[in-house]
Design a protein around this ligand. Structure first.
Ligand code: SIN
Length: 510
């Protein structure tokens, strides 16, 4: 082995590139600027059991509880036990986490049994991590960086991934070969009309893996963040604010979460998101409010400078009055199925970060576990590849059966898909609430659309269409409510569905 391609430049891609470049020539491909990714916008931080009053066992227990029975215990144990060492690596790479009285400062977020969330620049944790890693990568030899380069598909030879087809920065199609491809291309918030994710989050890595024949897992589990500013763009209002004491109010100014869950505003994220949606419905769609005024103007400005600036830009003086908030699509627990080393079901193909489904998050991700998951599993993937005993031929065999779905589902009279219409459909059909009749209508509508065009933006929309089809199928098949997947027609959690759902496209080999 000599050449590795890494696709994506969030924390997972940057760590994978830095670590594999110690042994291999690495090409890092990103479709925007190097520093643009979901990571960059992460506010709350990165959870790890780094403190004396905390333990790996407690972090494991919190993660498993959040996952609603579908997190893989052994993989969660890897995450939580290796997390502290990887966070120390990040500090060595120059990430300056905030301090309090000479020690690492830590925040509390929903469903954590104690404060363990590190942050940097107050609420600019993702930006601080991204900046430090981009600085490191630019100073690292052995890495070729291709910005504004779109990965259109994977190249297969004898069932093995051997490279990628790209549109280069001038829009020309080209092929690049490699001994291994690591997908680290992030999530797919752009599946939805309302999302905290940036425009680049169009699920390209998951879609190209699906087309190449890789197995996908847990696609029905999509997390909605409870509190985004109720303005166009859904600016994220970190859960850390509720951890510091901000409260949710209905349109009349009454706290409503206390009556819903003993954790009140710090109940699990899916519970808070659904309660807000219900409250909004009871108020004819009017938003609820987050009241952070008790925290004081100075504290808000110092601890949450990014949100402070955003609130003021939108004309809200949040230090003196509650601000309107609403849920929005935030994080996909599902993705490309991997083992605990990032290996997918396709030889030569790895996936790390949000694009992957390692089994850590199950039906619902614990807050601030995603940066940690990216960090731990990108590092493990690179270390497996760099191990002298790893021939590149050793590959895991996933034994559970996957549902086989046709990829091309459009009818002859299908019309070109419009991205906004697709996002609207997904928000209504596979949003916070789901039910059979709406899912069936959505599945039918998705067959009436076909991909169109040959620009990178057209390919992104085509990827969203492919992913919408498998996600709707997954949500229809799971006839129960569990974690972030709520079915109005099946409101109970069922032992019959205490398992993962795997998918692969028709015609793909096992
Ligand atoms: C937040 O800051 O509320 C988001 C953290 C996360 O999604 O893990």
């Amino acid at each position: 082995m000599s050449e590795v391609i890494v696709v994506g430049s969030g924390i997972a891609g940057l760590i994978a590139a830095i670590e594999t470049s110690r042994k291999y020539a690495v090409t890092l491909i990103t479709k925007a600027e190097l520093s643009e990714s979901n990571t960059r916008y992460a506010q709350g931080g990165i959870a790890a059991a780094l403190f004396e009053d905390d333990s790996v066992a407690e972090h494991v227990a919190d993660t498993l509880r959040a996952g609603a029975g579908l997190s893989s215990k052994s993989v969660v144990e890897v995450l939580c036990s290796e997390g502290p060492a990887r966070v120390r690596d990040l500090i060595r790479l120059g990430v300056a986490f905030d301090q309090h009285n000479g020690e690492l400062a830590r925040g509390l977020e929903a469903a954590h049994s104690r404060p363990r969330v590190l942050h940097a620049g107050g609420d600019a944790t993702g930006f601080a991590i991204e900046s430090a890693l981009v600085h490191t990568i630019r100073a690292t030899g052995n890495i070729t960086i291709l910005e504004h380069t779109f990965v259109k598909d994977l190249i297969l030879h004898d069932g093995r991934v051997v490279g990628v087809e790209i549109l280069d920065a001038t829009g020309n199609p080209r092929s690049l070969s490699a001994d291994a491809v690591i997908l680290a291309s992030g999530g797919a918030g752009q599946l939805y009309l309302h999302t905290t994710n940036p425009a680049v989050a169009t699920g390209d890595g998951i879609a190209i893996a699906l087309r190449a024949g890789a197995e996908l897992a847990d696609l029905e589990f999509y997390q909605f963040h409870p509190t985004t500013l109720a303005v166009p763009g859904n600016f994220l209002i970190s859960e850390a604010l509720r951890g510091d004491g901000a409260v949710l109010l209905d349109a009349e100014g009454h706290r409503f979460m206390k009556a819903v869950h003993p954790g009140a505003e710090l109940a699990p994220r899916d519970v808070v998101a659904r309660s807000i949606a219900e409250q909004m419905a009871a108020q004819n769609g009017a938003p609820v409010f987050l009241d952070a005024s008790a925290l004081g103007a100075d504290f808000l400005k110092e601890r949450f400078p990014t949100i402070d600036a955003a609130c003021r830009t939108y004309g809200f003086d949040w230090a003196s009055q509650p601000v309107p908030v609403t849920p929005a699509a935030h994080y996909w627990m599902g993705g490309v199925r991997t083992d605990e080393w990032g290996r997918t079901s396709l030889p030569g193909l790895f996936a790390v970060g949000e694009v992957a489904c390692t089994g850590v998050h199950g039906a619902n991700r614990l807050a601030s576990n995603s940066l940690l998951e990216s960090l731990v599993f990108a590092w493990r993937c690179a270390s497996l590849l760099s191990n002298d005993d790893f021939s590149g031929k050793a590959w895991p065999v996933f034994t559970d059966e996957a549902t086989v779905l046709p990829l091309q589902q459009e009818v002859g009279s299908a019309t070109p898909v419009d991205r906004k219409a697709l996002q609207t459909l997904m928000w209504e059909a596979v949003g916070i609430y789901r039910e059979e009749s709406v899912l069936l209508r959505a599945a039918k509508q998705l067959c009436l659309w076909k991909p169109n065009g040959t620009t990178a933006s057209d390919y992104e929309t085509a990827n969203l269409l492919d992913l919408s089809r498998v996600m709707v199928a997954a949500a229809s098949m799971r006839q129960e409510s569990r974690g972030a997947h709520w079915r109005n027609d099946f409101p109970e959690t069922s032992p019959n569905f205490h398992h993962h759902q795997y998918f692969r496209r028709e015609g793909s080999a096992r």
